[in-house]
Design a protein around this ligand. Structure first.
Ligand code: UDP
Length: 379
């Protein structure tokens, strides 16, 4: 019997990073691929499903307005309880550090189904930062049977957590696979906002949404952006504003209708990559963008206290600048004025992968089932 792998996800970043894996499963004889989404994010998830032409076999559609972590967790768990009884998968595949990821791993455990964890081993070692992601990924590690580590550092982190080395597979990050496939089509996804910006301008692209940055840190970030645009007449700011109402409230209050500032609704993935490719500089708290920018030769300032992706910082492609208004302004201003500092940050090769992670993951899963008897589903 062909083993059935149920891939479960709920948000935009998971969808982007799992799409190449699902595509690989579809090409792989020996894996029966099924897809379930929780719908933790609705619109931003659907954008990615449409783009990669992935039609979920099940959609739990759990999202509600201003949803709390309790609601996301309990609704995912109760939806998955029924789904797993019906689907009886042999393996559940999850990705990253979202609440969907943790809830799906926990549901798998309750049904005694093995778990594969893509992008395993990222750590800040700070329980509440990022919140709740650091704990989501730690809890998922404890529940997982196959750990797909994107980098050597992630592998080291897993070993430090007591995961046996034979269960860890260094694969690279699947975001590089996704990015490489999308680069072929980005020219068709130019955003109309670029028509309003002179070609000589320096574009700063911004995306920030982390829970721990809501409130005062987000206000500080907006103040720094506002100042950058006022002081540098050649700077145009493009801000993809996350759907989270708490992000939108601050960003629109602080930056709406200002000269040379363009607030956009979240754009589809190829458009975001196109905008990154046109940017001079990227300011973000997003994990995925930190991984993409070095592939595109764009310096990134990470507006967070800490990052679980120190590889980019170590390689010199990213700088951790926190959320203090003055610090963000000074670091960005330096890259706008200092050509040498700018060039140093933009000439880095991507430390996150080689574009073959999905292939490796599919191979490892196939191998796992050959060596091991198939899981006996629930009676
Ligand atoms: N992204 C996108 N459209 C946007 C903003 C971001 O497609 O308007 C992509 C981005 O390129 C990256 C991913 O979304 O691949 C990151 O998702 P997010 O920042 O929501 O989550 P994180 O990576 O921080 O977990």
């Amino acid at each position: 019997m062909t083993p059935k792998v149920l891939t479960v996800f709920g948000t935009r970043p998971e969808a982007i990073k799992l799409a190449p894996v699902i595509k690989e499963f579809q090409k792989t004889a020996g894996i029966c691929s099924r897809v379930a989404v929780t719908g933790q994010h609705r619109q931003m998830l659907d954008q990615v499903l449409d783009l990669f032409k992935i039609k979920p076999d099940a959609d739990l559609n759990i999202m509600s307005n201003n949803q709390t972590l309790f609601q996301i967790t309990t609704r995912s768990l109760s939806g998955l309880e029924k789904l797993l009884v019906k689907e009886k998968p042999d393996l559940i595949l999850v990705q990253g550090d979202t609440t969907t990821c943790f809830a799906a791993a926990l549901s798998a455990f309750y049904h005694q189904i093995p778990v594969g964890h893509v992008e395993a081993g990222l750590r800040t070692d700070d329980k509440y930062n990022p919140f709740p992601e650091e704990m989501n990924r730690r809890l998922t590690t404890v529940l997982a049977d196959l750990h797909f580590a994107p980098t050597a550092l992630a592998k080291k982190n897993l070993i430090s957590c007591g995961v046996p080395e034979k269960k860890i597979f260094l694969t690279g990050n699947t975001i590089v696979d996704a990015l490489q496939s999308i680069l072929k089509v980005i020219e068709k996804h130019a955003h109309p906002v670029l028509k309003k910006i002179p070609s000589s301008a320096k574009i700063i692209l911004v995306e920030t949404h982390r829970r721990e940055n809501l409130g005062k840190p987000m206000e500080n970030i907006c103040d720094a952006l506002d100042k950058l645009v006022r002081i540098f007449p050649n700077v145009h700011l493009i801000f993809s504003v996350h759907k989270n109402p708490k992000v939108r409230e601050t960003v629109y209050r602080k930056l709406d209708k200002k000269e040379r500032i363009f607030l956009l609704e979240p754009v589809d993935y190829p458009t975001l990559i196109y905008l990154q490719s046109k940017a001079y500089l990227i300011l973000t708290d997003s994990g995925g963008i930190q991984e993409e920018a070095p592939s595109l030769g764009k310096p990134v300032l990470v507006m967070r206290k800490t990052t679980e992706r120190p590889e980019g910082v170590k390689a010199g492609a990213a700088k951790l600048v926190g959320t203090d208004t003055k610090k963000i302004f000074l670091e960005a201003a330096n890259l706008l004025k200092n050509k040498k500092a700018y060039e140093k940050m933009s000439r880095i090769t991507n430390p996150y992968g080689d574009g073959k992670a999905s292939k490796r993951i599919a191979e490892i899963i196939k191998f796992y089932f050959k060596k091991k008897q198939l899981f006996t589903p629930l009676q």
